[in-house]
Design a protein around this ligand. Structure first.
Ligand code: AMP
Ligand code: MG
Length: 503
């Protein structure tokens, strides 16, 4: 590694953190030990106090010393900063060496619930994996990740978390000069499908085994001692992805860059680059500027999830069975099982969105019928379902629901069918509406709101929109009378058509 970069200051005085760094104890070729590169003038934009408390950190001290620590200028005692090695398929092309090019894992802590969590600085300077990158992050993508990852968590969807954001006082050079920032991310772990691929690509079966054992210990301890632990691991990851991607679809989320290096084996949503939420429902929707073929379109996500799992399965083949053809058969069964698992999660989620508890043969058709009307009618995904909850409570609210469709009259036959179906359910309208409001958010991080918050911060140093957005998104399922403007789709002039990963 490069020792010429200035060393950040080590400090024992500030905010002790009870690190216990298990990844740092793995074999040397799993990682590169590297120090954050200090920045000129760190300033703490945001500190997530409740998360710090959940992690068992000294929130008071960190609120004071945060700028130094969360910029990487001061490395807390007990941290063992490192970059993780990984590979990955990027848009289907295999890259044998990626790794943390601008992220540095400070270390791990055991949180209040006994769960091991990574604390990582993103944008903290170059690492041996930086290739041609500068190791830095710009303010815009940092704010975007902060907003969206916290919103996902509040929506109840597994996601990495935002502990802090700092501006560095240094410029970063992209298409234009932008303010630099560092994002502090908390994750169940940062191990990706691409981490397995790193070892498999080198023919390092022992590396794959060590990593698999580590992942089983850390994320899936119930598997330990099973007859085929590595097959069970593949099944567990497949189950997590099936559940996660179903949640994304039910909430209108498009990850945008589902490369295997952005697919966490923990089942958390990770890497909020060009991600975006649907406004009008369109299954073919793509926002990311780099996704020209639409590989990661909204409705392609379940199939891509399966593709990524197949890449994980390939790395595990030598561990699944000594007989290669048997290993392939075992892996194929798991990969084939992912489809039905996804479908089960998705249908359960969609049925809840339209207020169904019981099971009837026509339920899938009822869900699909609504979705195709929404597509034709360019109905806003979030608003339509939220207003359907109102319609479940009172027929008078049907008008507002129908108004989300371009041709409100076209929805009448579906509404009649839905009402007939509801009449065969036991819930009262009020109970049903309440249950529907717990799965159909009033607020999502709408792209135009994120854009406005970033613009104000970048152009005017004004973080008030960022703060407002965070506060409304902390309770996405509650109506917040002061924030009705945040519940509605963008005006035509506000609409965002493209998102950028900003690397
Ligand atoms: P991402 O698109 O953020 O998932 O990153 C893909 C790969 O590019 C990872 O290996 C990153 O570490 C690396 N990378 C992204 N941005 C930078 C940067 N500014 N400097 C160095 N490496 C980067
Ligand atoms: Mg990534």
């Amino acid at each position: 590694m490069d020792h010429t970069q200035p060393k950040s200051e080590r400090t024992t005085a500030v905010a002790p953190i009870a690190f216990d760094n298990s990844y740092a104890r793995l074999p040397a070729h799993f990682l590169a030990r590297v120090h954050p590169t200090p920045v000129a003038e760190p300033w703490l934009i945001k500190f997530n106090r409740p998360l710090a408390e959940e992690l068992g950190l000294n929130a008071d001290a960190l609120e004071g010393d945060g700028a130094a620590i969360f910029s990487g200028n001061s490395v807390p005692e007990g941290a063992e900063p490192l970059g993780m090695a990984y590979a990955g398929h990027q848009f289907g092309q295999f890259v044998p060496l990626l790794g943390d090019g601008r992220a540095i894992l400070l270390g791990e802590v055991i949180d209040r619930n006994g769960v091991r969590r990574d604390i990582q600085l993103k944008g903290a300077g170059k690492t041996p994996y930086s290739r041609r990158g500068d190791g830095r992050a710009a303010l815009g993508p940092v704010l975007r990740e902060y907003i969206v990852s916290e919103a996902m968590h509040a929506l109840g969807i597994p996601a990495t978390r935002a502990l802090a954001a700092v501006v560095t006082g240094e410029p970063v050079y992209r298409e234009r000069v932008l303010p630099g920032a560092v994002f502090t991310r908390v994750a169940a772990s940062h191990i990706r499908v691409g981490t397995f691929q790193f070892f498999a690509a080198r023919g390092d079966t022992e590396g794959v085994r060590t990593l698999a054992d580590y992942v089983i210990d850390r994320h899936y301890p119930q598997i330990k001692g099973q007859e085929r632990p590595y097959l069970a691991l593949l099944e567990a990851v497949a189950g997590g992805q099936a559940a996660l991607i179903a949640r994304w679809l039910c909430i209108g989320f498009i990850h945008g860059v589902m490369n295997t290096d952005n697919c966490a084996v923990s089942g958390e949503t990770i890497d909020f680059g060009p991600c975006a939420f649907l406004d009008a429902y369109d299954p073919a929707k793509v926002f990311s500027s780099i996704d020209q073929g639409g590989r990661y379109a909204y409705a392609s996500q379940p199939a891509i999830g399966q593709w990524n799992l197949a890449r994980l399965a390939e790395t595990l083949l030598p561990l699944l069975d000594p007989e290669p053809s048997e290993a392939v058969n075992l892996a194929n069964d798991v990969i084939a099982g992912y489809g039905p698992r996804f479908q089960t999660h998705w249908l359960a989620g969609m049925k809840a969105k339209i207020g169904l508890i019981g099971e009837e043969d026509g339920d899938l058709d009822l869900v699909q019928g609504l979705l195709s009307l929404m597509k034709e009618g360019q109905a806003d995904f979030t608003l339509t379902f939220r207003r359907l909850a109102d319609a479940a409570e009172s027929n008078r609210a049907e008008h507002a629901f129908a108004a989300t469709f371009r041709d409100p009259a076209a929805i009448a036959p579906w509404l009649a069918e839905w009402r007939a179906r509801l009449s065969r359910e036991a819930q009262t309208p009020r109970e049903r509406a309440q249950a529907m409001r717990l799965v159909n958010p009033a607020y999502i991080p709408r792209n135009h709101r994120i854009e406005q918050a970033i613009r104000a911060a970048e152009d005017d140093g004004d973080f008030s929109l960022f703060e407002a957005l965070l506060s409304v998104l902390a309770k996405p399922y509650e109506d917040q009378p002061g924030f009705v403007a945040y519940a509605v789709p963008p005006a035509p002039a506000e609409e965002v058509f493209r998102t950028f990963c900003g690397t």
